[in-house]
Design a protein around this ligand. Structure first.
Ligand SMILES: NC(=O)c1ccc[n+]([C@@H]2O[C@H](COP(=O)([O-])OP(=O)(O)OC[C@H]3O[C@@H](n4cnc5c(N)ncnc54)[C@H](O)[C@@H]3O)[C@@H](O)[C@H]2O)c1
Length: 253
């Protein structure tokens, strides 16, 4: 198979929907094999049915250490190695309504949000690293959010989890650079996926976001996927520790 990711094997979390799904389709189009993880097992099964043998679907809750370890063992069995880890699984449990401020924030919402968005990313990295290091290096790609890096949001749990993902990625980049394991984080703005159904279904709110975005539209999942392909490929071989905003200019003003 030829392509920019020919010969590479990847794990993608949150592959059943949105940005993880789009990235998986593009990874395969560029020659990679992908272990597609999602808590929604039916969604990754359907993706594999559509895309073909290069996608191996597996139900996995990234907040569970046991499930993550089993998934990584499965990658070892299927691929015998690992080149790329893309952590796209994530939740916004308040459905965009804002899960704060802190005094009104349920402890359970805080714990679940950090458990999936931040701890899930940490678990996937922790258990994938032995394979990434062993094979002479690799690329870790995490997905944060503009909520994690700019103020102006009442998402106290979600923003905290995503700010944590940015800091975690930088720490990884520094620690594992000597072993040629790169780590970069994508910082998306508003992207057309089921996560923002609350925006897409509300015409006035959609208009507010579109008007507030210099490029005048909402982003598409494939636009994040194309960046993920670049970060996964050897073309980005000198890039580590970068937080790349892709938001149509929303955070410029
Ligand atoms: N859509 C946006 O506007 C936007 C903006 C900034 C950041 N993000 C981030 O991008 C990432 C991808 O989200 P999306 O927009 O594609 O949303 P999405 O809801 O379409 O996809 C998220 C996927 O993660 C899966 N998931 C949720 N909990 C899981 C768990 N515990 N274990 C495994 N899988 C789990 C879901 O089943 C779903 O398939 C998320 O981390 C999200 O926080 C989204």
């Amino acid at each position: 198979m030829s392509g920019r990711l020919a010969g590479k094997s990847a794990i993608v979390t949150g592959a059943g929907s949105g940005q993880g799904r789009a990235a998986t389709v593009l990874f395969v189009a560029e020659g990679a094999r992908v272990l597609a993880l999602d808590i929604d097992g039916a969604a990754v099964k359907q993706l594999a049915d559509e895309v073909g043998d290069s996608v191996i679907p597996l139900e996995c809750d990234v907040s569970s250490s046991e499930a993550v370890q089993a998934a990584v063992r499965h990658a070892e069995e299927c691929f015998g190695g690992l080149s790329v880890l893309l952590n796209s699984a994530g939740v916004d449990l308040a459905g965009g309504l804002g899960d704060g401020p802190a005094a009104d924030l349920d402890e359970e919402i805080f714990d679940r949000t950090l458990g999936i968005n931040l701890r899930g990313t940490y678990l996937m990295v922790k258990y994938s690293l032995p394979m990434l290091r062993r094979d002479g290096g690799g690329s870790i790609i995490n997905i944060a959010s503009i909520s994690g890096v700019v103020l102006g949001s009442s998402q106290h749990a979600y923003a905290t989890s995503k700010g944590g993902v940015v800091a975690f990625t930088r720490a990884l980049a520094l620690s594992y650079a000597p072993e040629n394991v790169r780590a970069n984080v994508i910082v998306p703005g508003i992207i057309r996926t089921p996560m923002i159904d609350f925006v897409l279904k509300d015409e006035a709110l959609s208009r507010r976001y579109i008007d507030g975005t210099p490029l005048g539209r909402i982003g598409e999942p494939s636009e994040i996927g194309h960046l993920a392909v670049y970060l996964a490929s050897d073309e980005s071989g000198f890039m580590t520790g970068a937080a790349i905003t892709i938001d149509g200019g929303l955070t410029l003003q």
